[in-house]
Design a protein. Structure first.
Length: 132
């Protein structure tokens, strides 16, 4: 039976309606694929706490959870990931690529120009089709 992983990821938008995208480093699983930043939920941790904690650890900034945007389960060859993406607001700090190779801000209509980790594609599609 494949290992199941529950992951919370942040969709952070700036004042120009650009969305923060993170490039997975060569040291990570799924290297050189883009994702919404975040990470695994710890034991007895909800999505809100996990995404706020992960962004502080990974990007060195403070965000505030707004609401769940997309929930998606994707089966990779080695494991199954349950990805919960949440709309979040940047409260303080500037996102810094401490674990990722690169961070970029991108307009939603340009999101498909990147090579995304497969689990993130459902949220990418939903963002592109979202009415703002």
């Amino acid at each position: 039976m494949k290992k199941q992983i529950k992951v919370a990821a942040a969709i952070i938008e700036n004042a120009d309606n650009e969305i923060l995208c993170a490039l997975r480093s060569p040291d990570m699983a799924m290297p050189n694929h883009w994702e919404f930043p975040g990470g695994k939920l710890e034991a007895n941790e909800d999505c809100m706490k996990a995404v706020e904690r992960e962004i502080q650890e990974e990007l060195g900034c403070i965000i505030q959870f707004q609401h769940i945007f997309n929930e998606n389960t994707y089966e990779y060859e080695e494991f199954i990931v349950e990805l919960i993406t949440a709309k979040c607001t940047l409260i303080s700090g500037i996102p810094t690529a401490n674990e990722h190779s690169k961070l970029i801000w991108l307009k939603r209509e340009n999101l498909k120009s990147l090579i995304w980790a497969p689990a993130d594609l459902a949220a990418v599609e939903q963002l592109i089709n979202e009415k703002i």
